[in-house]
Design a binder for this molecule. Structure first.
Ligand code: FAD
Length: 494
């Protein structure tokens, strides 16, 4: 009997990892990617000796990486050279005051007590809750492949309402631990990684600050793109075939089955199963024929987007740590702007990554490579957004914040600059609305309520990646890939 065949649309993290799992199980896999190289949002580029990760810069949830690489037959520390980043973040507030988030408890005690006397005890209690949210949340929600509603809405899951505080908002829950607004912000800003506002995110997301401090934020030598390279090695060694610079025009369906795909040049490729790694709402809208489900997906809530500045500089700015976050005092207004008004906040919270602090080869000697990321609303079909003007304002906001650290000459030392806007994200990766984290992770779009990894009608069509279960992030894409590979294997080799 000829081997079963699977086509995967997209060589993002989810696509490559699914392909690697399936090929290791003897299934013939072809991955079709519209761009010239793999990685999707976990992208990179190099120019004149400056190396930039264009998407992820934070290696978080190391336990998930270790487990998922093990499931692919690899030992994480053999395939990636990881170093721990501690302090994880340097936070800078509007008046220039700083706070370094670290797993060094003595340093945390000194810093917290200086901001709010008594707050160290609150921090320890918050970490305890974060640990519970991480342990229970990962087991019961994130790492679980929900197949039936009854697995989610069950009596057995009732205790989760008390254990995970799904109906309490993350920021509101912070009053249990801290009084100072700056401390509430310091332990909730990670919600933006899910494209969420802490004023709307469920309190269970305290699992993020917990894992960052308890399990660490890490840096793989060579940057986050080395995760893509490690996965590509596994996939290629298992026999996966990759086609780059090749876009899928549509998924061919008949009755209740996907038959394969048609490429933009008209070529039809048949397969026993199809896995879409391209962003799920885009797949429903552009690659599948049914208008109803497509509209349903398009009307869901989307995460925010970001403007990213990639800067090559002819001098080094030692004031910047590997990960610096500028947190605005008008924190709530920031999220109102980016989530509800789909705008750039007047005084945006923003993030700067300086990779040479961890890997000197990211820039030529004496030079610097900086990545500044400014969260912004996603593309708005209802009103005009002038991205040229918005980028100008975002850029100025970064310069204004850098001045708080005494950096005032950055523009004069720019060798070159590359900018990604929500329009770039949409064009590069077919992300609907340019939403960098795909569908939002609000309560009504989490767990079993998130779009399913298997199509309701075409039973041999599957979805892997950020907009499906469990959600955005490199480690979660690895989990998603594992679930999808199991389902495809069950279907092809019952
Ligand atoms: C700015 C930014 C910062 C981030 N920071 C972090 C971080 O620090 N840590 C972290 O863990 N995560 C981070 N993330 C999230 C993480 O990058 C993503 O969740 C993850 O990479 C998504 O992977 P995916 O499997 O969904 O695939 P995607 O990356 O969406 O890849 C899908 C692929 O499909 C291709 N494709 C689309 N349409 C077609 C078509 N018609 N034909 C063929 N190919 C097609 C696309 O080109 C793309 O390569 C960040 C994301 C962004 C954008």
């Amino acid at each position: 009997m000829p081997p079963h065949t699977t086509i995967i649309i997209g060589a993002g993290i989810g696509g490559i990892a699914t392909a690697a799992h399936l090929a290791r199980r003897g299934i013939q896999v072809t991955v079709i990617e519209k761009n010239p190289e793999p990685g999707g949002r976990c992208g990179h580029f190099s120019r004149d000796g400056h190396k930039f990760d264009t998407g992820p810069t934070l290696f978080i949830m190391p336990l998930v990486y270790a487990a998922e690489f093990a499931a692919l037959g690899a030992v994480l520390n053999d395939v990636l050279d990881l170093q721990r980043v501690d302090p994880t973040y340097h936070l800078v507030f509007d008046d220039g005051k700083q706070f370094a988030l670290t797993s060094d408890l003595t340093s945390m005690y000194d810093q917290l007590e200086a901001i709010e006397p008594g707050s160290f005890a609150g921090f320890l209690r918050y970490m305890q809750e974060g640990q519970r949210h991480y342990d229970v949340g990962m087991e019961k929600l994130v790492e679980r492949d929900f197949r039936k509603a009854s697995e989610f809405f069950s009596f057995g899951n009732l205790p989760l309402i008390f254990q995970l505080k799904p109906f309490k908002h993350h920021y509101a829950n912070m009053s249990t631990y801290f009084h100072q607004a700056r401390l509430k912000a310091a332990f909730t800003f990670q919600d933006v990684y899910m494209g969420l506002s802490p004023f709307e995110a469920p309190a269970v997301f305290s699992l993020m600050p917990y894992t960052e401090l308890a399990h660490g934020v890490w840096y793989p030598k060579g940057g986050m793109y080395s995760v893509v390279e490690a996965l590509m090695d596994i996939a290629r060694n298992a026999g996966v075939r990759f086609m780059f610079n090749t876009a899928v025009e549509r998924i061919d369906v008949e009755g209740t089955k996907a038959q394969g795909v048609t490429l933009t040049d008209g070529t039809h490729m048949a397969a026993d199963a199809v896995v879409a790694n391209a962003d799920l709402p885009y797949v429903y809208q552009d690659l599948l024929p049914d208008a109803g489900p497509a509209q349903h997906m398009a009307h869901k809530h989307f995460s925010c987007s970001v403007i990213s500045f990639f800067w090559a500089l002819d001098k080094t700015y030692t004031q910047l740590a590997p990960h610096t976050l500028f947190l605005a005092d008008d924190y709530q207004q920031n999220f109102e702007s980016i989530i509800h008004r789909l705008e750039l906040p007047d005084n945006p919270c923003l993030y700067i990554h300086a990779p040479t602090r961890l890997d000197p080869s990211a820039a030529p000697p004496g030079a610097d490579t900086l990545i500044a990321i400014v969260p912004v609303g996603h593309l708005n079909e209802r009103s005009e957004q002038n991205w040229k003007d918005i980028c100008k304002k975002a850029r100025q906001a970064v310069f204004d914040r850098l001045a708080l650290l005494g950096i005032t000459d950055l523009e004069a030392h720019l060798k070159f600059e590359v900018i990604y806007t929500p329009l770039s994200w949409r064009v590069r990766y077919n992300l609907m609305k340019g939403a960098t984290h795909g569908l939002s992770h609000r309560l009504t779009q989490l767990g079993y309520l998130r779009p399913k990894i298997q199509h309701a009608r075409y039973r041999n069509l599957y979805f892997v990646g950020a907009s499906t279960h469990p959600g955005t992030g490199v480690p979660t894409a690895l989990i998603s890939a594992h679930h999808v590979a199991d389902r495809v294997t069950e279907y092809l080799c019952p």
